[in-house]
Design a protein. Structure first.
Ligand code: ZN
Length: 220
């Protein structure tokens, strides 16, 4: 049984601290040990809630023939989708009962929907922000990056983790300032050298207003 919403992105997403997720879940759900759960750290609680629901339906030691949970990108064309991942859940009980299978499918789909509402980095709740809204742009400066990219077909509304997006924005800004300062120093040094050269050149021309021989002398 595959409980996964359809979409076109087949690229595997880069999970973050997947081993720590397993380490956090294993003590309370030891039956997951043989199976793959590869999701980012922020989705730990979402998966933990799903495991509890599975145990309510299939028992505390679920008799399953297959269990596999990964995550996928929700929008690979949007840089801000970095905070959002959608769970892919595959689960099969050894014995199939129609009503029970439907119950498993139901809780799996609910877990997928929950995963789209939390930040995959910190687990915080994602919020909808609109880069076309002046008030939003004023309150959340990271939206200015979206405004710049709108010309390239980016949509104005996005699901974003305000906390992570703000710290990412400030970090990037600090880095740009550092780089800009270094560039300013280089330009300043180059500017001094050019001015010096021009100064000598002009002086030379003014002092010796005669023929080309002096210029040749200067360049030797
Ligand atoms: Zn976050």
């Amino acid at each position: 049984m595959r409980a996964e919403s359809l979409h076109l992105d087949s690229e595997p997403s880069l999970t973050i601290n997947s081993d720590q997720v397993i380490a956090a879940l294993l003590p309370n759900h030891y039956w997951i040990k043989p199976w793959v759960i590869r999701v980012s750290e922020g989705l730990t609680q979402t998966v933990a809630d799903f495991l509890l629901e599975i145990e309510e339906i299939l028992g505390v030691k679920p008799d399953i023939s297959f269990f596999h949970i990964t995550e996928e990108n929700t929008d690979r064309y949007d840089d801000f989708a970095i905070y959002q991942r959608r769970l892919s859940i595959f689960v099969d009980a050894k014995q199939s009962f129609a009503a029970r299978d439907r119950a498993v499918l139901y809780v799996a789909q609910r877990a997928i929907e929950r995963s789209e509402r939390v930040c995959r980095l910190c687990g915080g709740e994602l919020e909808i922000k609109d880069s076309a809204d002046d008030n939003d742009c004023l309150l959340f400066p990271f939206l200015t990056e979206v405004v710049q990219k709108k010309m390239m077909g980016y949509r104005s509304k996005l699901s974003v983790c305000v906390s992570c997006a703000t710290s990412d924005y400030l970090e990037k800004k600090a880095l740009n300032l550092t780089n800009a300062s270094a560039t300013d120093v280089i330009f300043a040094v180059e500017s001094i050298e050019v001015d010096d050269f021009n100064g000598v050149d002009f002086d030379d021309d003014n002092d010796d207003d005669d023929d080309d021989d002096d210029d040749d002398e200067y360049y030797k």
